[in-house]
Write a protein that binds this ligand. Structure first.
Ligand code: CP
Length: 305
């Protein structure tokens, strides 16, 4: 039995297989409509979500399976004081696979130690979000034709943004990727990622506070929301939240084939006027999230069409 807690739980070859499977599902959805018949997925979300929870549920339903679960800790026995591990041990008596999101870093890992079915980390605090990373990689692959030899700029809250931590980790295993980190001083990429993931593997990176300076160099721009829920001090959040607002004027110096991604939800960091720019690919990214999760569910349950 395998879990997906961190994106490094998958080899690069396995990620590439998932991407190919997702692309086949997109091309031939009918072939997959009964693959998970009689299988059940539980979505245990102790923290809010729109895309991740609903894309998991849509993925399982599109494979012919069933879904159950809860969308807030308040509607589960967590509210009575039950531990995460007891909750997961209980739910694993009912279902074949569990996707869980939790505000505490490491909670899905702890749950995986006590679960009798595969656990998928659907986001743990400011730590990791491996299925968003698979979504991002599928989107880059579909937009660029491969995952190599490009410059990616990560912009915004690089300190608390779990999606950027997972994606840097994944991209560090591909070749020819140049990393540009664009953030205010207070929201820089954590040292442990720069040291353990990049420097230790001989990979370079550059840091800047200026989106304008970085823009002409970028092939992929990964915008992020400032993570209000992870701040201890509201005044700091208010001061930093609108540091970067991508608008059509800022895109004038960008490459014609720039790919603009954002894990969503957005607040102010991408102006809605950018949505009509063909380089804005974040709603395509949302769509891809369902198909890569279909491929992942199949892999973890040992299913094929
Ligand atoms: N990208 C993402 O994780 O979105 P949700 O918080 O809506 O699931």
């Amino acid at each position: 039995m395998r879990h997906l807690i961190d994106v490094t739980d998958l080899t690069v070859q396995e990620i590439d297989q998932l991407i190919l499977k997702a692309e086949d599902i997109i091309a031939h959805p009918a072939r997959y409509q009964d693959v998970a018949a009689h299988k059940q997925l539980a979505t245990l979300f102790f923290e809010p979500s729109t895309r991740t929870r609903l894309s998991f549920e849509s993925a399982m339903l599109s494979l012919g399976g069933s879904v159950l679960g809860f969308s807030s800790a308040a509607s589960s026995s967590t509210a009575k004081g039950e531990t995460v591990t007891d909750t997961v041990r209980t739910v694993s008596c009912y279902v074949d696979i569990i996707a869980m999101r939790h505000p505490k870093e490491g909670a899905p890992f702890a749950a995986s130690r006590r679960s009798s079915v595969p656990i998928i980390n659907a986001g743990d605090g400011g730590h990791n979000h491996p299925t968003q990373t698979l979504t991002d990689l599928l989107t880059i692959h579909r937009e660029r034709g491969n995952i190599s030899d490009f410059t990616i700029g990560f912009c915004g809250d690089l300190k608390f943004g779990r999606t950027v931590h997972s994606l840097v980790n994944a991209l560090s295993r591909y070749t020819g990727i140049r990393f540009l980190f664009i953030s205010p001083e207070e929201l820089r990429m954590p040292e442990y990622i720069k040291e353990n993931t990049l420097q230790r593997n001989g990979l370079g990176y550059e840091e800047t506070e200026s989106l304008e300076e970085a823009m002409p160099q970028l092939d992929v721009l990964y915008m992020t929301r400032v993570q209000k829920e992870r701040f201890f001090n509201e005044a700091d959040y208010i001061r930093l939240k609108d540091t970067y607002v991508l608008d059509p004027a800022k895109l004038e110096s960008a490459k014609k084939d720039l790919c603009i991604l954002h894990p969503l939800p957005r607040v102010n960091e991408i102006h809605v006027a950018v949505d009509d720019d063909p380089r804005a690919r974040y709603f395509e990214q949302v769509r891809n999230g369902k198909f890569i999760r279909m491929a992942l569910i199949m892999m973890l349950l040992g299913l094929d069409a």
